[in-house]
Design a binder for this molecule. Structure first.
Ligand code: PGA
Length: 264
């Protein structure tokens, strides 16, 4: 799965141009899921624009609220994008940092997404870099401590059935790597994904190979192959490099080729 998180970028004209180009290049890449997450105000025009151009491009919301309707000024409900979006990004570090999104809200949104047949793309990430190579046990402890990614995952998955946990897509996004150009190495991201999958299998009984973990944080056309060659990484969440259609299409093409075994 490759997700383009456009954040608060692109005006309508730009968004139509980029989404049209991505729709075209996504069409033959049938072995991967390609997902665009535009600003919510453009979801409908983009949906109309891309659905006639590609059967292989899905849309996601960047956020939503966990109530079906009501007096919640500024919010969007799952019902409003029914049939238009297939997934929703939940708990992105920017939402946690600037909009006070708590682990509890992430849990409520995850449950609400599942209830409404939307795949939750739950973002987790620590703010300081681990040194996995040196002190595995110490770092595992740190992952489980407050603010660590395992603690974020436990809170996000609280109260979910095994079947529902298998539908959650986890996006490992180290905060220090987002928008900094300081990407995690493929080996590092893969090690974290592996630890996360093993932990979920042991704690929740969901087989590790049923859990999808994406990596996000300064992904671009140059480093995409490094991540996709790692078996424990199932895809990417791409921010700034997804704003350029040519670059994003290249990321999708490389992902498709690596995961189908054509590009090693
Ligand atoms: P970036 O953003 O690719 O610009 O680092 C990733 C994200 O925030 O999802």
């Amino acid at each position: 799965m490759v997700v383009a998180n456009w954040k608060m970028n692109l005006n309508l004209a730009e968004a139509l141009v980029v989404s049209g180009m991505v729709a075209k290049c996504s069409e033959p890449l049938r072995n991967i899921d390609i997902v665009l997450a535009p600003a919510s105000v453009f979801i409908y025009p983009i949906y109309e624009h891309v659905r006639i151009r590609s059967k292989n491009l899905k849309l996601a919301l960047q956020d939503f609220y966990f109530e079906p309707e009501g007096a919640f000024t500024g919010e969007i409900s799952a019902g409003m994008i029914k049939g238009v979006c297939s997934s929703v990004i939940i708990g992105h570090s920017e939402r946690r940092k600037y909009f006070g999104e708590t682990d509890e809200a992430v849990n409520k949104k995850t449950k609400f997404a599942l209830k409404n047949n939307l795949a939750p793309i739950v973002c987790v990430g620590e703010s300081e870099r681990f040194h996995l190579e040196d002190h595995y046990q110490t770092e595992l402890k740190r992952m489980k401590s407050s603010g660590g990614i395992i603690s974020q995952i436990d809170k996000a998955l609280a109260g979910l059935s095994k079947a529902d946990i298998a539908k959650v897509v986890l996006a490992y996004e180290p905060v220090w790597a987002i928008g900094t150009g300081n990407a995690a190495t493929g080996v590092y991201a893969a090690a974290v994904a592996y630890i996360v999958k093993t932990y979920i299998e042991e704690k929740y009984g969901v087989p590790a190979d049923e859990i999808r973990v994406l990596y996000g944080g300064s992904v671009d056309q140059k480093n995409v192959k490094e991540y996709m060659l790692q078996p424990s990484l199932d895809g990417l969440l791409v921010g700034s490099s997804s704003l350029n259609a040519k670059g994003f299409c290249e990321i999708c093409r490389i992902t498709s080729e690596v995961k189908s075994g054509q590009l090693l």
